[in-house]
Design a binder for this molecule. Structure first.
Ligand SMILES: C[S@@+](CC[C@H](N)C(=O)[O-])C[C@H]1O[C@@H](n2cnc3c(N)ncnc32)[C@H](O)[C@@H]1O
Length: 351
């Protein structure tokens, strides 16, 4: 026979554990029910191709509702806010970002019953990610521009800036090569782990999607058995272990001191240490080995001796100088930063 105090203790713990598991199950069921309510209201991908399928939203809910605490989710690319509403039912807070203010207005109207969404008009390619760094973002949904340089930049920024980040979700994994390449590279580098498919094709089944010819713009249907989306956990990320994010970007290069806004040359650093420019011909680049975020360029059309390229911290701009000299002769800046004010002002004609 057990002593009374031990019996009491065991009773207390078994009741406590049972209670906790009932509470967890209740919280899970409640979270799923709220998400389901939103999913039923949202259009399916088969009706509105730009958004995610109901199955994708349902898989998101089943994955995240299981977590005991669901704090802040950052959605990159909102469109009409159909996935945003589901995220708002699952997480305490949603930060919903889109470049297009007209879309944000529609999304804000569609999601007006949710007071836990902050809609932000931001061009992700030009914005400084410091603004998200202190928001305690637990999960990010990457669903803005699906071209490789853009997806990679979004994922890289999320992994670099969001200290509390635990989960990264990618939409349109199934049929966007830029998304697939980004996920493949981040998995290879250990920055993403435990990935699992969600939405259409999650179990390897074939599904139909809308495709289009880039040359003619003509639409046609295609099939894939890759999953529509993918959820991964953050791995032991080391920024230096990732492919350098300056590769394949276009930089506009200006003579210093800046006298007019016409760039002297366009410069692109390519994989395989190749370098192409519009004025100085082609050359090569290699990393400087002195610990600084710098490259050494061999570019005969510009200089007979190596030229040093020194990046700013987000690698959105650089200065060029003759190797070993302090004076900087050229200033390079990512093309997006040059276009962004013009694009923003142009969009404002539509408002
Ligand atoms: C595929 S849609 C998003 C769909 C939405 N997540 C859903 O599930 O319904 C892509 C969105 O990304 C936005 N976008 C594209 N480029 C962007 C950029 N550079 N910065 C911010 N948003 C961008 C577009 O305006 C568009 O609304």
């Amino acid at each position: 026979m057990l002593p009374t105090t031990l019996k009491d203790t065991l009773w207390f713990f078994s009741t406590y554990c049972l209670c906790q598991s009932y509470q967890a199950r209740d919280a899970f069921a409640e979270c799923l029910a709220s998400a389901e309510h939103e999913i039923n209201k949202a259009p399916d991908k088969s009706d509105m191709f730009v958004t995610t399928s109901r199955l994708y939203k349902w898989h998101l809910a089943r994955y995240f509702c299981k977590l005991p605490i669901r704090t802040v989710v950052l959605e990159l690319g909102v469109y009409h806010g159909h996935s945003t509403a589901v995220l708002a039912a699952i997480f305490q807070q949603v930060i919903a970002v889109d470049i297009n203010e007209a879309y944000l207005k529609i999304a804000a109207s569609n999601d007006r019953n949710h007071s836990n969404i902050a809609f932000l008009a931001v061009d992700l390619m030009a914005a400084g990610w410091q603004m998200f760094a202190s928001s305690g973002v637990q999960a990010v949904v990457v669903d803005a521009d699906h071209r490789y340089e853009y997806v990679r930049q979004d994922a890289y920024n999320a992994l670099s800036y969001l200290r509390e980040l635990e989960y990264v979700v990618f939409d349109d994994f199934g049929h966007e090569v830029g998304v697939q390449r980004t996920v493949r590279e981040l998995k290879r580098d250990g920055a993403l782990v435990d990935c699992r498919g969600i939405g259409n094709g999650w179990n390897g089944s074939w599904w139909e999607y809308q495709n289009w010819d880039e040359q003619t713009g003509q639409q046609f249907t295609s099939w894939t058995n890759e999953s529509e989306g993918i959820i991964c956990r953050r791995g032991n990320f080391s920024a230096s272990g990732l492919a350098p994010d300056f590769v394949d970007q276009r930089f506009y290069v200006y003579k210093q001191p800046l006298q007019h806004f016409c760039p002297t040359s366009i410069l692109r650093l390519l994989p395989g240490h190749r370098l192409v420019t519009s004025l100085w011909g082609d050359g090569t680049w290699r990393k400087a080995n002195d610990g600084r975020d710098a490259l050494l360029l061999e570019l005969q059309g510009l200089s007979d001796t190596p030229v040093e390229l020194l990046f700013n911290s987000p690698r959105s701009a650089f200065v060029l100088s003759q190797f070993g000299e302090a004076r900087t002769d050229w200033f390079g800046i990512r093309d997006h930063f040059v276009f962004e004010p013009f694009q923003r002002a142009t969009r404002q004609f539509d408002e």
